[in-house]
Ligand binder design. Structure first.
Ligand code: URA
Length: 245
């Protein structure tokens, strides 16, 4: 993305607009090894090499992240009282406008994607795109074929009717059971509400995949990494975005 040098540095959170202008004019910023004293010169943020005050900066302003969301943090950009998923990322991700794609409840764990691409974010959440999410749920009781049929039939949840979803029972116990639900929409508390409508309280909920992306088994709870280019290409396809973008 082409961006003026002063804007590029402020977007990265390197300093205020007036600070970065002073640094640039003072010869403290370099691009591709050359000192640049004009704050209005534009550069390619994703490919040009940037340094400021003797330090190399990662200049990319378009980044995409996979996080293993832990329980106990809100999926929100910020919150005055409670920790949010954004607090688990270095501050630069907030500066460049990376946002979570959809929400997981505070007590839900598992894969959460972040992107700076607002259009991709929007498209991945659009009900018409049917991006499937797979949740593993520890539930009270023993869901049987009637629960599987209810999920498949599109459940009436009062204020909306859920799209048909796939329910697989992984292990059935008298007290608690483990099941997996594949759903293509993401209404508030949707999976918990679907299980509740089938008569089963969700005790623990974990999302193991989001569209084409599986939670990286190497990530620890609270850990994150950037998406690989293959993962990003798969996400673009799921969002219906042309590869050439
Ligand atoms: N459905 C829920 O009920 N909770 C989540 O966190 C995600 C999907």
């Amino acid at each position: 993305m082409k961006m003026r040098l002063d804007r590029w540095l402020t977007t990265l959170g390197a300093g205020s607009r007036s600070e970065v202008k002073t640094w640039i004019r003072g010869g403290e910023a370099a691009v591709n090894g050359r000192i640049i004293r004009d704050p209005a010169l534009s550069f390619e943020t994703e490919t040009d090499a940037l340094s400021l005050r003797g330090k190399t900066l990662d200049g990319r302003v378009v980044r995409h992240v996979m996080m293993y969301k832990p329980a106990g943090v809100l999926t929100a950009a910020r919150d005055p009282k409670q920790p949010t998923v954004m607090d688990l990322l270095p501050p630069v991700y907030r500066s460049i406008g990376c946002m979570p794609v959809g929400r997981l409840d505070k007590d839900t764990t598992g894969i959460l994607i972040f992107t700076c691409d607002g259009e991709m974010n929007h498209r991945l959440l659009s009900p018409g795109r049917h991006v499937e999410k797979v949740y593993r749920a520890l539930v009270r009781g023993t869901p049987g074929p009637e629960a599987v049929a209810a999920f498949a039939g599109g459940m009436d949840l009062g204020d909306f009717t859920a799209q048909p979803a796939r329910l697989t029972i992984l292990s059935a116990g008298a007290e608690v059971s483990l099941a997996e639900a594949a759903v293509s929409e993401g209404k508030f508390h949707q999976v918990k509400r679907m299980f509740a409508a089938a008569g089963h309280e969700v005790l623990e909920l974990h999302r193991r995949s989001f569209g084409p992306l599986e939670l990286d088994p190497l990530l620890q709870e609270g850990g994150w990494r950037e998406l690989t280019s293959a993962e990003l290409a798969a996400l673009h396809r799921a969002a219906g975005i042309e590869e050439s973008r």
